[in-house]
Write a new protein. Structure first.
Length: 211
């Protein structure tokens, strides 16, 4: 999908995202992940700021999104919840930060919208500090054959309407990126994954081999 058209779709949805009330389960998932953020935080595709109620005190959030309308809602959410945040209007796929700039990187339900999700994961790996953490809540293809067949059939229409892909294998993408998955919880017939990850730890060379 052409990028400006995709931005327009999300701009139009900003008010609905801001008003919508998620279910208890979705709020619990956000709480599980986002409450563990620490230090300098980067949130990708922040949307209307649905995660802001769950950040712990003391974090500093850099919130990025390509939709100016979404960011306006996110600013208000940050103010309501007392979050120290700065906002960047940018296409995540074109965004650049210095290597090792963030203690925590958060993404919730954003990797469905990127044209090149593996490239974004590779950026995340660079931007995260070596001892940092990457907290993801992402959706994708179900492990249930009947459900996955329906997802594949509906994906072209849903992508045109909502700007999201519904058939991505997020766990496989993360494996391909080289990130280390510390913990994974999967729900809804494996359509939704909570993922605690980090840059893969480089093992020090064996003492004997280096001598």
């Amino acid at each position: 999908m052409e990028k400006q058209k995709q931005i327009h779709i999300f701009d139009k949805q900003a008010a609905r995202y801001d008003r919508r009330k998620e279910g208890t389960e979705q709020n619990r998932w956000r709480q599980l992940l986002v409450s563990q953020a620490k230090g300098e935080v980067l949130e990708l595709a922040v949307g209307a700021g649905a995660n802001f109620p769950f950040y712990p005190p003391g974090v500093k959030v850099t919130a990025a999104d390509f939709s100016g309308a979404m960011l306006e809602k996110a600013r208000r959410s940050a103010q309501r919840h007392g979050i120290q945040a700065s906002f960047v209007t940018a296409d995540i796929e074109e965004l650049n930060f210095p290597d090792h700039a963030f203690d925590t990187i958060v993404s919730t339900l954003s990797f469905c919208s990127y044209d090149h999700p593996l490239q974004v994961l590779n950026k995340v790996k660079r931007w995260c500090k070596p001892n940092g953490q990457i907290l993801l809540m992402e959706h994708g293809i179900s492990s249930n054959p009947a459900v996955s067949a329906l997802q594949k059939a509906l994906n072209p229409l849903l992508h045109r309407v909502y700007g999201c892909h519904y058939t991505r294998d997020m766990l496989e993408l993360i494996r391909e990126s080289g990130l280390e998955m510390v913990k994974v919880e999967s729900y809804w017939l494996n359509m939704v994954h909570l993922i605690w990850a980090r840059p893969r730890q480089v093992q020090p060379p064996d003492q004997e081999a280096s001598s």
